[in-house]
Each structure stands twice: as C-alpha cells, then as structure tokens.
Write a protein that binds this ligand. Sequence first.
Ligand code: 6PG
Length: 235
Amino acid sequence: MKAHIREFESGAEAAAAAALFILEKTSMAIESSGRASVLLAGGSAPKMINAELLKLREEINVSRIDWYFGDERAVAPESPDSNFLMQWETLLSPLGVETNRIHRIKGELGAVKAAEDYRKLLSERFDGSPVFDLVLLGIGPDGHTASLFPGYPAVLLSDEMVTSTSPAPLNPFVERVSVTLPVINAAKTVMFFTGYDGKKAMIDRLSAQQDIKYPFEMVRPESGLPEWFIYRSPK
Ligand code: 6PG
C-alpha cells in the first residue's frame, strides 16, 4: 500500500511530529481560505497528539478551525466511551475552542438517528459532500479505521456520507456512527497515528504490496498519499 510513512521510537516523538503536521496543515488551510476543518479520530492514541497540540496553542488559530468527528459510539457525551468526551477533555476544552466550532456526533440519539443527524449537519455545513482539510485516523488490531470494521457493510458504502453500524466487534461493543470512505478519501490531507502495539501485522502490510484486505487500506485519498505517524513503543 502506497503511503508516506514516518516511524518514531516513542509515542511522544511521533505525537510531537503529528502535532506540528496538524498545525502546518490547518495554518495552510486558514491562509488559503480563512478557515480549516478537521475530522478528529477516536480511541485513545489521539490523547498523545492532543498533549502536544496544547504545547502549540499560541500558534494555533483556534477561532478559524472547525472540529468534526470521524466516528462516535452510540453513547451519551458524558460516557467514558464517548470519543467526543475524550477530545473535549484532552484538547477542545483546554484549547479554548468555542462550542459553536465543535460539531459532535450525537451518539445519545442512537446510531441510526445520530447518523441521520450528522449527515444533515455535514451537508449543511459543506453545502453538499464534505471536503475536510485534514482527517485524523487510527487503526485497530483488526484493521478497522474510524468505525469501519472488516466485513461490515459500512465499509463498502459509496453513496452515503455517514452511516450507523451494528455493535462493534471490539470494546466498546456498542453501535457506532462513522463517516464513510468516500468522505475520508475526499479530504485534502489524511493522516494516521498509531503504535505497533497489537497492530504490527497491520502496519507491516504498509510496506508489503498485498491486495487490499482491510478498511484502513481502503483509505486512498484522491489528494495524495495518506500520511502515517507510527511509534514503536508507546512511551
Ligand atoms: C474508535 C476509533 C477507532 C480508533 C482505533 C484505534 O472509535 O474506537 O475511532 O477507529 O482510532 O480503534 O484506537 P487506539 O487509538 O485507542 O488504538
């Protein structure tokens, strides 16, 4: 799979590089259009990037960036399983992001209604199909990305921007809401941030020329190669 790969020894080094990359891409977007749109990832690895982004807060033009979510669990925003809560606590609140610039997926509505609601939000805010300036993604040990799980119908959707899925095959085993691959692949820049822990088999596929088998391999942005930030050990 073709990709621009950056490998680091530690998570902190990878996160620092990823944070600078995010600053660079959002600054470029603001320079050319006066604003930037970022699609945030869920899970736990983004917390490492967020700690580094907070160190750059003086250089981040917060008032010009809109923050969206690539996927969400069908839970309330107060739930410890909420991707919104993780991003709110570790980035958006400490960065001082105005709530009108945060566009969360309303997991508390249940997956189907939340997907419908987010589809409406995206089409209103992007006047049609979204083109994000920057998409952040992680990968799971099963090769999922966002909430696009191997073998789930959501992976193959080409005519929907946002979809609901049945309960995930890994913790938290709840229904999910996810943007689809066409939305991810339409973005100006797509970046992955992940460690080897539990995901070596997937990461090794990046350098092998195998056929596409997993959802993360279906991320092939029209704009260019996906940008990978990988760390060998979490510390
Ligand atoms: C989610 C995420 C998911 C995540 C991967 C990696 O809702 O769980 O969006 O796609 O990026 O599972 O998770 P970690 O970063 O915690 O390894």
